[in-house]
Design a binder for this molecule. Structure first.
Ligand code: PXP
Length: 398
């Protein structure tokens, strides 16, 4: 559910970054596990909050924040309506500005504190009831603010690079160049947070020698993509990559065509995940943006899901792309709510990545073809940095 933010305030010497506040409020709703509820935030001046304070609380003068729960004191039939609303938080910018100076905080950090405080009131916390209640609320506030600092809404989306395509060029001549191991090092130096390689049963690009050397040389994170078959599970247990991504694998396909059908293979995949877990290797399942598949992935103990972005990238027109984007956004949110860590990838390029990177719930993108294709013209270092710049910008304004 969206966070509705309205500003009844004319700032002369301050700028309110409403999207930043909305993102932080949405992250707080997720942390409190009420992301399926609507929340309205109203930013006003001292005069307006004084009026509300007088009218509803019979207290004179301005205050920093007021909370109005949705059904508080109103017609009880409201609770029967098919809507999930937490209520309204009203904040005075004038008071927040004074307090930000007093506490030596940025205005937005003070506003974030006030949103947190107001939200906890809406959720039933009340520091005015007793000393114990005050401590409880203060502790919760602190916990939420600490978690927000480390939450995905503020951390940059990671970029992991799939270097299979370098190996494809090498295999075209059956020689030793270009080397995916060298490519991985260049990607890392350019700022990639991880390296992904798909060891296929037919060894059409990445070969066993590559994964052995990559295990020794990758400094960030080695993600071994593979089918969940006996041979590959044995290799993974031996190699101990930082994580594995299980994908469906067909010999005839040019590239991974769709997500895993987790539902129909729950038992087999659960066994594979269990073996990896015992060896300390977290598992990601590559799935279509489909609630049932994501739920199944969660049920069988996956740590991550990687959401397939192929249909979004391949959409024939903008309308279709918008529809696919919404499906991905909803699925990512659902996966996040279940406690899964969420990655996304397949087919992302320099045009389609920004929207996906702006989604708070997605931690990492896995991109290969577009970056390696651009590298042929601009060099690998440049191609990685250009993609990182897109992600960084999307994170800044998302
Ligand atoms: N994620 C998975 C699971 C994949 O199989 C691939 C393709 O190897 C990618 C991401 C990267 O896709 P692309 O090469 O289209 O960027």
């Amino acid at each position: 559910m969206p966070v509705d933010l309205s500003i009844h305030y004319h700032c002369q010497d301050c700028r309110i970054h409403s999207r930043l506040l909305q993102r932080r409020a949405a992250a707080l709703l997720r942390e409190c596990r009420v992301a399926d509820h609507g929340l309205s935030i109203l930013l006003v001046d001292d005069q307006e909050i004084s009026w509300l304070n007088e009218h509803y609380r019979h207290k004179s003068g301005p205050t920093n924040v007021l909370s109005f729960p949705f059904a508080d004191g109103a017609d009880t039939s409201l609770s029967l309506l098919p809507v999930k609303e937490l209520g309204d938080i009203v904040i005075s910018i004038d008071t927040a500005l004074r307090e930000s100076k007093e506490f030596k905080l940025s205005l937005h950090d003070r506003l974030t504190w006030l949103i947190t405080h107001g939200l906890l009131h809406l959720l039933g916390y009340d520091h005015e009831l007793s000393e114990a209640d005050a401590i409880l609320m203060q502790d919760k506030e602190q916990e939420l603010l600490t978690r927000l600092q480390h939450s995905r809404s503020t951390a940059m989306t990671h970029l992991a690079i799939n270097v299979d395509h370098i190996a494809t060029i090498r295999q075209a001549r059956g020689g030793v160049e270009p080397d995916p191991v060298a490519a991985a090092a260049i990607c890392e130096m350019a700022g990639a947070s991880g390296i992904v390689v798909h060891l296929r049963e037919d060894r059409r690009h990445i070969i066993d020698r590559d994964i052995r050397l990559l295990r020794e040389t990758v400094k960030t994170k080695l993600n071994l993509e593979m089918g969940a078959n006996k041979e590959m599970i044995g290799i993974a247990l031996d190699l101990k990559p930082d994580m594995v991504t299980l994908v469906p694998e067909k010999r005839q396909e040019l590239t991974t065509e769709g997500g895993l059908d987790v539902l129909s293979q729950k038992k087999m995949l659960a066994k594979a995940i269990d073996k990896m877990r015992k060896a300390g290797i977290p598992v990601s399942l590559f799935v279509d943006p489909d609630t049932r598949q994501i739920k199944a992935a969660h049920e069988i103990g996956a740590t991550f899901v990687e959401i397939h972005t192929g249909r979004y990238c391949d959409a024939a027109d903008e309308k279709g792309r918008d529809q696919e984007f919404k499906i991905i956004a909803t699925s990512a949110e659902e996966a996040y709510q279940m406690g899964l860590r969420v990655y996304a990838g397949h087919g992302l390029n320099y045009q389609t990545t920004a929207r996906i990177a702006a989604l708070d719930t997605i931690e990492e993108l896995s991109i290969g073809h577009a970056i390696i294709a651009r590298a042929a013209f601009s060099g690998l270092d440049r191609a990685v940095r250009d993609m990182l710049a897109i992600i960084q910008e999307a994170n800044r304004i998302g």
